[in-house]
Ligand binder design. Sequence first.
Ligand code: 5GP
Ligand code: MN
Length: 337
Amino acid sequence: MHSALVAEKLRKQHWKKAVITTHHKPDSDAMGSSLGLYHFLLQHIPEVQVITPTDYPDFLNWMPGNDHVLIYEGNEARANAIALEADVIFCLDFNTLSRINEFGETVRRSKAEKVLIDHHQDPEGFEDFSLWTTETSSTSELVYHFIQQQFGREAISRQSAPCLYSGILTDTGNFRHNNTRSSTHRVVADLIELGADITAIHDALYDNFREERLRLIGYTLHNKLEILDDCHTALITLNKEELKQFKVETGDTEGLVNYGLSIKGIVLAVLIIDRTKLVKMSFRSKGDFACNEFAQKHFSGGGHRNASGGQSTESLEATVARFKETIRLYREDLSRI
Ligand code: 5GP
Ligand code: MN
């Protein structure tokens, strides 16, 4: 961990222009850690710009600082210029540059020093300074520890606290996944004291959807849920027509994969969606089945042991067929849990 080195540079005001970036289709931890860090960095760096590779769900727009976020897609020239002029780029909640799409090439080319803050396995190693561990629930929790340990808890502002809380909340599945530790609850307790309004945050994240999202969930669970009994697997697929029918927007399918896991005896839940350019896959598992290794080996993906994702350039039908074939190879692993 290079926390002390990074803190030293911040204290000496070594950096004048910073960029914070995070993975494409940012989730609550990606945005929460980025904006949580943003408010803090402004105390030590004159110019700080958050750049996301793509858009993100409307239910994350409430975070303080959201109005200052620049979305790379559609603003490529401006985003590239800012990243090339920056003297430091903070890379949050991802660890391979392919996770930030074409913006990754700019980040690679930029002479800026790179600081990685992340909790996923297998970092590619593009960074100069690493604040990395898989032992923390979320990148937001890592940002909390960095600020608290190096600068004291008072350095976490009323703007940062709700952002960091939100990232921890969602990456732990509302404190139910096994990445939730007693220390996680201590951090969260502190964030509440520092200004995170938990009812407002829960309302913003979970009671803020369009009607179509609920209709989509109902339709999907009724018509599209397939159980692969011998593999203890629940599978949902969504094709392009269905995405159109329910006017699916960024964020509408978030959480859909989890329903499969709530069925007794199911240890792997899978969601396969025919997105514009790629077929996107989400995996969630229980127990020892490492769905990140499965995603990495067969579907160019990765993530955490019990929550991972991947993709395929084949058609939806071909991807589903290949998934069904491949998962059979793991039948025994899936039965043992
Ligand atoms: P989700 O299913 O919510 O998109 O992603 C679940 C987890 O897997 C997240 O931690 C995410 O960072 C990771 N993940 C999702 N898709 C990919 C992918 O294509 N590659 C890698 N390396 N990780 C992914
Ligand atoms: Mn995360």
